[in-house]
Unconditional design. Structure first.
Length: 365
């Protein structure tokens, strides 16, 4: 799967990112002087980029969006059986298992349709009898691997699993049955674009929120926003390979360990005034979010770090740079910057509790 993780592959989708960013910029321009929900537009931007990169086109139908909403809701649900297997019956009684199976089946049918469309498209030839590879998306790459593989690694179910992992970084193997294997253990469960869907739009939204509250600062804002508002607070879990003693606690081999990146980013032992927005702390500072500095691991670190870091950063940088360059943002007249509700919603993704409503004016007027 390394073919999907190359920085060169990320750069190959530059045109997609630019086109979708321009769509959002133009949409804001049409609403200049009026209140717009910036969070909703940013979510539309990242969803469209991801769908075009992975699936080859945008999907804006109400049915698809409803499916995503239900799927995202299930991501944040607590499954008792995942942690206490002998209490898995609780998930059946609560209805969680049935709801998960229903959504999994609907998504499986959706993916089958997408795969059929791509399979047909890939049979189309140009005038010289060669397949036209122009505009190849990641699903095309997965289908090529499926065809070229001489092993059982890539088959249709594994291809669908690859799409699922890419889009949602959520494993359904606890609930899937033999005839609905949406997620395969053969595929890496750390999402290639884990920071490229909800996390991308969330981090941009938080950055804009802090920018409007503190208009005097812009340099190093993105790094500081990632530290202060880590979009995915709990990193992908790890299993202890041996018995260890940590901070007075005995951790047995095989224990699932979850790292709280949000708490690390606000650790007063590592950061001076950690609750303050201070982008200047990164001036003349080589600390980086790529996993080399363990006090700042918004994307994780090591082999379990997010391989989608390059994708997330280029989306964030392009969107944030264009927004700040094109427009000045302010709150509606009845809202003062220091009064903006910055409450976070607890979950896998730390979203804003209230929508980010802003008024945009062209920067050069």
């Amino acid at each position: 799967m390394h073919v999907l993780q190359l920085n060169k592959r990320v750069q190959s989708f530059r045109q997609v990112r630019e086109q979708e960013t321009h769509v959002i910029i133009d949409e804001i321009g049409k609403s200049c002087g009026s209140v717009v929900d910036l969070g909703e537009l940013l979510n539309l931007l990242t969803n469209n980029v991801i769908c075009r990169v992975v699936l080859g086109r945008t999907y804006a139908s109400k049915k698809f969006n409803d499916l995503l909403v239900r799927f995202t809701y299930l991501i944040g649900c607590f499954s008792v059986g995942n942690y206490i297997p002998w209490l898995s019956w609780v998930d059946r009684v609560s209805g969680l298992e049935a709801r998960t199976k229903k959504v999994a089946k609907e998504f499986d049918e959706f993916l089958e349709g997408v795969l059929e469309d791509h399979t047909y498209k890939n049979t189309m030839m140009d005038g010289e009898g060669n397949r036209n590879d122009k505009g190849q998306d990641l699903l095309d790459i997965l289908l090529d691997l499926e065809i070229e593989s001489n092993t059982s690694f890539m088959h249709r179910d594994a291809t669908k699993a690859g799409i699922m992992v890419r889009l949602f970084h959520f494993t359904l193997d606890h609930y899937t049955t033999g005839d609905l294997p949406l997620v395969s253990d053969e595929l890496p469960t750390n999402d290639l674009f884990a920071a490229g869907t909800d996390t991308a739009s969330t981090s941009i939204e938080w950055a804009i929120s802090e920018l409007i509250r503190h208009p005097r600062v812009m340099k190093k804002l993105q790094k500081e926003a990632l530290r202060l508002h880590t979009p995915a607070p709990l990193l992908i879990s790890r299993d202890s390979t041996q018995d260890v003693k940590l901070m007075g606690y005995d951790i047995s081999a095989g224990t699932q360990v979850i790292i709280n990146a949000w708490a690390i980013g606000r650790d007063p032992l590592q950061w001076e005034e950690p609750e303050m927005l201070c982008p200047e702390r990164f001036l003349n500072n080589s600390i980086d979010y790529r996993g080399h500095n363990f006090e700042y691991i918004s994307f994780g670190a090591g082999r379990r770090g997010s391989p989608g870091i390059h994708f997330a950063i280029v989306v964030n940088e392009l969107a944030l740079a264009n927004l700040v360059y094109k427009y000045d943002f302010a709150f509606p007249e009845e809202v003062k910057g220091e009064e903006l509700d910055m409450t976070e919603i607890t979950g896998l993704i730390l979203r804003r509790k209230s929508p980010l409503l802003v008024v945009a004016t062209p920067h050069f007027d």
